[in-house]
Design a binder for this molecule. Structure first.
Ligand code: AMP
Length: 277
């Protein structure tokens, strides 16, 4: 496994890879969710490139950029064991040269849900992902369903900007008790960690109601909310039942829906989602 930092090193190493290239962008502090995307890429492609970059542009002023967990030696060990060919660790100066002023903004799709709660977040995501795509030139790029709106935004951006690549979405990987794997789970206290699986229970309660014929989005939102409120440490930021592509809130569910939520446990903000089918 080769590790590179500068753009010229990356370009030389990329050019030396034969066949198709799968690309997994990450912010590091890797877990089995990231590795599952690497495995999908290995299944589909001749070579796999992973980037690790904690992107300052997607963190708000009151978010956890400085505290975001980092452990590069451990990440490299995991990627080596997973059979990755090339790891790119760009510095902020590589991604945002002095005087940087070129941003990618998407319209409606970034307004609701995470975009509504985290102004500027998807501007940072879309810009860095476009820059990573430009530099790496992958045939396929892999993203987790865990970040459902990110998937929608990246797909839209890749289509709008004519990136010649496929976006592949991997399923959310979970702990045994249902908590979605996330680098931020390490912030949870013991009591918060014990409460956090309520998110998956809320999604499951809504899925059961949907399977039994419930088609009112308000009823599904209420059911998720009630389930989460049962945990006294949980503080709901939003609970949503939205169209899976436009992300607009639904009244009646006709062709599936994206159920999603953002909930604070103490200072830690967790998100989770599922698509009804
Ligand atoms: P991050 O390092 O948090 O930016 O995540 C990098 C990629 O891993 C993104 O495409 C995420 O959606 C994906 N990811 C994060 N958590 C999970 C998970 N629990 N299961 C599957 N993919 C995940």
């Amino acid at each position: 496994m080769k590790t590179v930092t500068t753009l010229s090193e990356l370009r030389a190493a990329r050019a030396a890879l034969a066949g198709t290239v799968g690309f997994v962008p990450t912010m590091g502090y890797l877990h089995a969710g990231h590795i599952s995307l690497v495995q999908l890429a290995k299944r589909d492609c001749t070579s796999v490139i992973v980037s690790i970059f904690v992107n300052p542009a997607q963190f708000g002023p009151n978010e956890d950029l400085d505290a975001y967990p980092r452990d590069i030696p451990r990440d490299l060990q995991m990627l080596q064991e997973a059979g990755v060919d090339l790891v790119w660790l760009p510095t902020p100066e590589v991604m945002y040269p002095p005087g940087f002023q070129t941003w990618i903004d998407l319209d409606e799709i970034t307004q609701p849900l995470e975009g509504g709660m985290r102004p500027g977040h998807f501007r940072g995501v879309a810009t860095v992902v476009a820059k990573l795509f430009n530099a790496v030139g992958p045939d396929k790029a892999y993203f987790g369903q865990k970040d459902a709106q990110q998937v929608a935004v990246v797909k839209r951006m890749a289509l709008d900007l004519n990136f010649p690549l496929d976006i592949v979405v991997g399923p959310t990987q979970r702990e045994a008790d249902g908590l979605a794997l996330s680098s931020r789970n390490k912030y949870l206290s013991e009591a918060e960690r014990a409460a956090a699986p309520v998110l998956q229970r809320a999604l499951q309660a809504a899925q059961v109601a949907y399977a039994a014929g419930e088609r009112s989005a308000a009823a599904l939102r209420a059911l998720m909310q009630q389930t989460i409120e049962y945990e006294p440490t949980a503080r709901i930021q939003y609970v949503s039942c939205a169209h899976p592509l436009t992300l607009q809130e639904l009244d009646t569910i006709t062709e599936g829906a994206l159920l999603s939520m953002a909930v604070y446990f103490g200072k830690t903000r967790l998100i989770d989602n599922v698509i009804l089918d």
